[in-house]
Design a protein. Structure first.
Lengths: 176, 190
């Protein structure tokens, strides 16, 4: 029974959070971290960073890393509820808005809203980067991997997934 | 209704439910490290369901809406061609297989997450994932820096400090910061 109410709270929380995910799932990482690591203590720092990393490395939309948290809390049901809670509300909105999009696509307020959300999104993604880096970069090598991956993604045309694979291989070899 | 929303297609050559499902399944499974470039390749170049302009507009709408862009895109494209069933087919195609993969990962992680070699690999992976996030934030900030306006950079900094350093709840930060930033864009000095 206690499990059910915890699961309900988890689902509701994700559904609400999806509505403020102004720049995709990477913007809500800090809040997920706050909720599940700091407030509820469901996950350790390390588990949280691991799950985020698995979500980045696996195929498909990286939003699905949240289903790992769901799986951790309540197995199969938790994973499915996490996916539905995170995608359901915004998909419903998308379904209805796409019908009227033509009417306000060029409206000045639409342009202002979209442009105004960009800085907020950047701040939140930077916060996500900071929190994941703080959990992951416990060694000099790990820190160097973070810097190198960022450089590759910023200044080269190499597929970032190759950088991730190299990072995982270094860790597998016991060097991190 | 759906026809008028898809002027570039007649009802006959609009994709069916199974095509939408398979199309988005393909996008999700080829999309290692970011799905959107694959979505463009599949929707515009390979299957020609959308032309360049349609795709750019659908993407703009996704970026305007909250939530994961690619998931919203599946609903928008699916519903344009086949209404609610189309939206569901595209959504399940996109999310279904990765969801199963994630569950397998979750089970493996619970079972083997503490093994020495796997710990090492995950530590390396997490360090790399942090690097990708840094690059993403930096890429988005570049145009603002080039623009030379101080206010948007200050809003970004405030968001970072409030959420990343002070660890304030995201809701409150969004509710305060977003209206301020939008208002600035509305009245910005030209």
């Amino acid at each position: 029974m206690n499990d059910n109410s915890a699961l309900g709270a988890f689902t509701l929380h994700l559904a609400l959070l999806s509505l403020v995910a102004v720049g995709g799932v990477n913007t809500i990482v800090p809040e997920l971290h706050r909720q599940f690591v700091e407030v509820r203590g469901v996950l350790t720092e390390q588990q949280f960073a691991d799950m985020f990393a698995i979500g980045q490395a696996a195929p498909g939309p990286n939003v699905l890393f949240v289903t790992l948290i769901g799986w951790h809390i309540a197995g199969f049901t938790g994973a499915v509820l996490a996916a539905v809670a995170l995608c359901g509300p915004t998909c419903t909105i998308a379904y209805f808005v796409t019908r009227v999009w033509d009417k306000f696509r060029d409206a000045p307020w639409r342009v202002a809203i979209q442009a105004g959300l960009v800085p907020v999104t950047i701040g939140f993604i930077a916060a996500s980067a900071f929190l994941i880096a703080r959990a992951a970069d416990q060694t000099v090598v790990a820190f160097a991997i973070t810097a190198a991956t960022a450089a590759v993604a910023l200044w080269s045309r190499i597929n970032p997934i190759l950088a991730l694979a190299a990072a995982a291989a270094l860790g597998w070899a016991g060097l991190v | 209704m759906t026809d008028s929303a898809a002027p570039s297609h007649s009802a006959r050559d609009a994709p069916g439910l199974s095509e939408l499902f398979v199309g988005f399944l393909g996008i999700s499974l080829s999309g290692f490290g970011g799905v959107l470039p694959w979505a463009r390749r599949m929707l515009v170049e390979r299957r020609k369901w959308l032309n360049e302009r349609d795709f750019a507009e659908a993407l703009a709408l996704c970026q305007f809406l909250p939530g994961p862009n690619i998931v919203n895109l599946s609903v928008i494209v699916g519903s344009r061609f086949r209404g609610v069933p189309g939206a569901l087919a595209a959504f399940v195609g996109l999310v279904g297989a990765p969801l199963v993969i994630m569950m397998v990962c979750g089970a493996l992680y619970a079972r083997f997450g503490e093994l020495e070699t796997l710990r090492g690999a995950l530590a390396g992976l997490a360090a790399g994932a942090a690097g990708l996030l840094i690059a993403m934030a930096a890429k988005m900030a570049m145009p603002l820096i080039r623009d030379g306006q101080a206010a948007p950079l200050l809003f970004a900094l405030a968001g970072f400090v409030a959420v990343g350093l002070f660890r304030w709840p995201l809701y409150w930060v969004v509710l305060v910061l977003a209206p301020l930033s939008i208002a600035w864009c509305w009245w910005r000095p030209q």
